[in-house]
Design a protein around this ligand. Structure first.
Ligand SMILES: [Zn+2]
Ligand SMILES: [Zn+2]
Length: 210
């Protein structure tokens, strides 16, 4: 089983794509097994520059992959579980997961925020954190106009590790986050985030440590 940090980031990216087709997987361990399987099947077929992507090597990473190189096992599995309707659809699933993976793998190392929490507020891992605007900035004008929240609440943040931060944005739109999921408690009340939390808490590799 692959254990490079790049593989772990790729697997997380696949897990989040599965999570956004909610209800199909019913437990976090299935999410873990299923994303491990899909990631393991496709990882060896990816170009070297993708598999070794880092912040330092970001200039030489290309996400060009071909439909023909997508493994049959990957395509067939996605189709049989209803995540894709045909080969091209499965290929697009892989491409979208790869785009997010490359962003994560090539991101600069996060700042270690010693002034705030030391654990991610979702997965509770002690890793470098990013801050998530619970009421995303892009929605502030709308939030005030529609009186969703008072101005004093606009700058509330949650401290999240990068994988959890991406998970929050992949399951919900910015408007929905601003209107309905503007506290960590509300986020944790979602079934998909609970499933992600259980999954993420068990992952050992791939989270950049300070
Ligand atoms: Zn986290
Ligand atoms: Zn955010």
């Amino acid at each position: 089983m692959e254990s490079s940090s790049q593989f772990a980031l790729f697997k997380d990216s696949i897990a989040r794509r599965i999570l956004s087709h909610t209800d199909i997987q019913d437990s976090a361990s299935e999410l873990d097994d299923f994303s491990s399987y899909l990631a393991s099947e496709s990882w060896p077929t990816l170009p070297d520059s993708l598999r070794t992507a880092t912040y330092e090597a970001r200039g030489s990473v290309s996400t060009e992959i071909s439909l023909d190189s997508t493994p049959v096992s990957f395509t067939d599995t996605l189709i049989s579980y209803g995540f894709a309707s045909d080969q091209e659809d499965a290929f697009n699933f892989l491409k979208k997961a790869l785009d997010v993976y490359v962003d994560d793998a090539c991101a600069p190392p996060p700042v270690w925020r010693t002034t705030r929490k030391s654990e991610c507020e979702i997965c509770e891992r002690e890793v470098p954190l990013t801050y998530h605007h619970l009421i995303p900035r892009a929605t502030h004008t709308k939030v005030l106009k529609r009186k969703w929240h008072p101005e004093s609440m606009l700058n509330s943040v949650a401290w999240l590790c990068r994988p959890c931060h991406s998970a929050v944005h992949s399951v919900s739109s910015t408007d929905e986050l601003a209107r309905d999921y503007y506290t960590v408690e509300l986020l944790l009340g979602r079934a998909d985030i609970q499933k992600w939390r259980t999954y993420a808490a068990k992952q050992r590799f791939g989270v950049k440590r300070g």
